[in-house]
Design a protein around this ligand. Structure first.
Ligand code: ADP
Ligand code: MG
Length: 703
């Protein structure tokens, strides 16, 4: 990687993290005592000392100014799909007409943005506008676009979480508490902290900005609401890991540089399965930082694309008929002394600690599959989950051959061996023998063990990963809590551990499925096993109110009942608003673009028919086309009226958001499908010169 800076070539090592107030900057610039105290605060999860904040603020300000910052902003993650920021400059005027630059500990710790224009799900009335942001010192501050960005949590005047970060931090504490209890009964007295780690793989589409600008649906909703299937889709399997074209390559390289400056460890980039689809994966880090970094990654992707005359589409399903985009949330647990608790080692059957933590996860995923499902529920993701696309809406776990075999052995009397990975000869001595993994991959599983971590694959490409992770952390904390309650009282810990593992296998093996998750047989089989199959967002949201889920979040201090209720309301509202905007956009495009274009074309056919007849010709073919277009047009125009009416009725339902969301799903969303179908048929009949919006072929195969 080269980055030209005047005539100098700055190396990647110099660029990496250059805009981050990271540990090395802190160590160099903070007084020794302050540095030590802040490190302890971060590492041991202690409360912050206000005097430390004062010193940090002053040093942070000088560092930020040296990086070109004139402002600072508390950066937070409200319940929308993007982050929020309000910038204040460092200036403070002096009586003699100059300014000095100031930034206090108080300003670092606390901000007071007006909370009334963010979703609160009824947590506060509009007149109670006060909200607070609080510095999250576990995620490093950084400089971007002339401002010092301070990662913060966002809460209401009464202390309820109004954001995605607060429950995530609380859930990390909960998991830490319970994991430490389990490690202590296992005899470990030295581990001080267990954190969860995440590496989110981010999928996205890139299209040409000039074409994007011609489509109101993409501009307003992020997805194409119309578009006939192109003659070529992804069937040739020639895009996945295909060569990067020059424009994409230039974009990706610029993107990497921007991310590296911000300390985001962007590692892997490649073309994905669908045409125009790509992926970026960073190196994993602690969940909280990974979540912040994923928000930054999405933002920077969009910005950098524009610089290249491109648009980055993060929607889960920008195009019908080809794959949508998701986010694979790779998750594990790490101790402060560097152990990965999901590392099975060479002989996992003897690794009691590993098997116990594995059991905790299996139990958690089975007990709270519904909470994981709702963490991946969004109107955009409905087009993937449960809609004949990967992954399905049924939550199940893939363990692979080796672990499944060990669990089978335990169930039938005790595990005595671990199947090991063999080596593989490729039939010629010109190639090296390859060590084989202990298990193959399963691309269809929504929750797969991949060597030393679990990969939760249901999350949508546009969603924050916060909810997926606070749910994962909390449900695993609950299993660990139950194990610890049991083991702390036990006289023979070894024996009890074996009992626990055996019971988990017996009670929860129904959630383990190593087969093809896309098959129809699995849907039938999962039903037999009693696994939930929640087909859409509206049904998923309802589980937030289930007593077992409210009790779980309350018990671990992650979300109170009031906070859960507000999140439930917010998710219904988001669904309603999204479908409403999509419906209105369809009506507008249908009436003002598609219908007029079809009329123009039809009129021209009519005049060719008269001209042909006037010279005594036979206009049979033209007449057939005319009739076919007339028929489709009739259905199209009927459906426009039907959609308009459905939107009006749904919008006028007042009162219960759940009922309103159901109405939007069953009437507006359904009619949108019918209208689209008509338009897509018309598209295949109308001369391309008349068609008012760029087609799929143009959008997908243009770069
Ligand atoms: P794939 O082959 O599944 O596409 P990638 O290399 O694209 O894999 O992504 C794997 C992700 O998993 C990376 O972000 C990687 O850093 C992350 N990962 C690896 N180990 C862990 C771990 N212990 N905890 C969390 N994430 C991890
Ligand atoms: Mg990947």
């Amino acid at each position: 990687m080269n980055h030209t800076n005047g005539n100098e070539i700055t190396s990647l090592i110099d660029i990496y993290g250059s805009n981050v107030f990271n540990d090395s900057v802190m160590r160099q610039s903070l007084p020794k005592e302050t540095y030590k105290s802040l490190r302890e605060t971060i590492e041991d999860g202690l409360p912050l000392n206000p005097q430390v904040a004062e010193v940090v603020a002053s040093v942070m300000k000088d560092w930020a100014i040296s990086k070109g910052a004139t402002h600072f902003t508390h950066w937070f993650q409200p319940m929308t799909s993007i982050t929020a920021e309000k910038h204040d400059s460092f200036i403070s005027p002096t009586p003699d007409g100059h300014v000095i630059l100031e930034f206090s500990g108080k300003e670092l710790i606390k901000g007071e943005p007006d909370a009334s224009s963010f979703p609160s799900g009824g947590l506060r009335a509009t007149f109670e506008a006060r909200g607070y942001t609080a510095w999250d010192y576990t995620s490093p501050a950084f400089v971007k676009d002339g401002s010092l960005y301070i990662p913060t949590a966002f809460a209401s005047y009464t202390g309820e979480a109004l954001d995605k970060k607060t429950p995530l931090l609380r859930s990390m504490d909960a998991l830490n508490r319970q994991a430490l209890r389990v490690l202590r009964v296992l005899g470990n007295k030295t581990i001080k902290r267990v954190t969860t780690t995440v590496g989110p793989e981010q999928e996205y589409f890139i299209i040409d900005k000039k074409l994007f600008d011609q489509r109101e649906d993409l501009i307003l909703t992020g997805r194409t609401l119309f578009g006939a299937k192109p003659p070529k889709g992804q069937e040739m399997e020639d895009n996945y890991l295909g060569q990067l074209g020059d424009r994409i390559s230039a974009f990706m390289s610029d993107l990497d540089t921007e991310l590296w400056k911000l300390g985001v460890a962007s590692k892997t980039k490649h073309n994905e399965v669908a045409p125009a689809q790509h992926e970026l994966a960073p190196i994993f880090t602690t969940t909280n930082i990974a979540t912040d970094h994923n928000q930054l990654t999405m933002e920077i992707m969009r910005k950098v694309a524009l610089r290249h005359g491109l648009v980055c589409l993060l929607h889960e399903k920008p195009f019908a008929s080809i794959n949508g985009s998701g986010k694979h949330n790779n998750w594990s647990m790490a101790t402060n002394d560097g152990q990965n608790l999901l590392e099975p080692g060479k002989t996992p059957h003897e690794n009691i600690q590993f098997l116990l933590f594995l059991s905790a996860i299996i139990k958690a995923v089975d007990d709270y599959a519904d909470l994981l499902r709702v963490a991946a529920a969004s109107p955009g993701n409905d087009h993937r989950l449960g809609a004949n696309e990967a992954p399905p809406a049924i939550v199940s776990i893939f363990l692979g051959e080796q672990l499944t075999d060990i669990l089978d052995q335990i169930e039938t009397g005790g595990a005595t061996k671990s199947k090991s990975g063999s080596s593989m000869h490729l039939g010629t001595n010109s190639l090296p023998s390859l060590p084989k993994d202990t298990t193959d991959r399963n691309r269809t599983s929504p929750f797969a063990f991949t060597g030393n971590k679990f990969e939760f694959r249901m999350v949508g490409s546009m969603q924050s990963i916060a909810q997926a992770n606070f749910v994962l952390n909390t449900i695993v904390a609950e299993s660990l809590c139950q194990f610890a309650d049991w083991l702390e009282k036990s006289k023979d810990v070894q024996k009890e551990i074996n009992t626990i593992i055996l019971e988990v296998i017996k009670d929860h093996k129904r959630v383990i499925f190593n087969g093809n998750n896309y098959s129809d047989e699995w849907v039938v089989e999962a039903k037999k096993r009693g696994l939930p199959n929640i087909r859409n967002t509206v049904d998923a949201i309802a589980v937030i109110r289930a007593e077992k889920n409210l009790a779980l979040m309350e018990k671990h201090g992650v979300l109170s009942r009031i906070e859960m209720e507000s999140r439930c309301e917010i998710q219904y509202e988001i669904y309603i608003k999204t479908v409403n905007i999509e419906g209105l956009t369809m009506v507008e495009m249908s009436k003002r673009q598609i219908l007029p274009a079809v009329i123009r074309y039809k009129t021209d056919i009519a005049s060719s028919i008269s001209s042909i007849l006037a010279v005594g010709g036979n206009a049979e073919i033209e007449k057939v086309l005319f009739t076919k277009i007339s028929e489709s047009m009739m259905s199209f125009s009927t459906n426009i009226a039907k959609l308009e009416k459905a939107i009006e009725n749904a919008a006028n339902l007042h009162g219960n958001t759940k009922d309103q969301a159901i109405t939007y799903r069953d009437t507006v969303f359904k009619t949108m499908g019918e209208l689209r179908n008509d338009a897509d048929i018309l598209e295949t009949m109308v001369n391309t010169d008349y068609w008012p919006i760029p087609t799929y072929s143009k959008l997908l195969f243009n770069i």
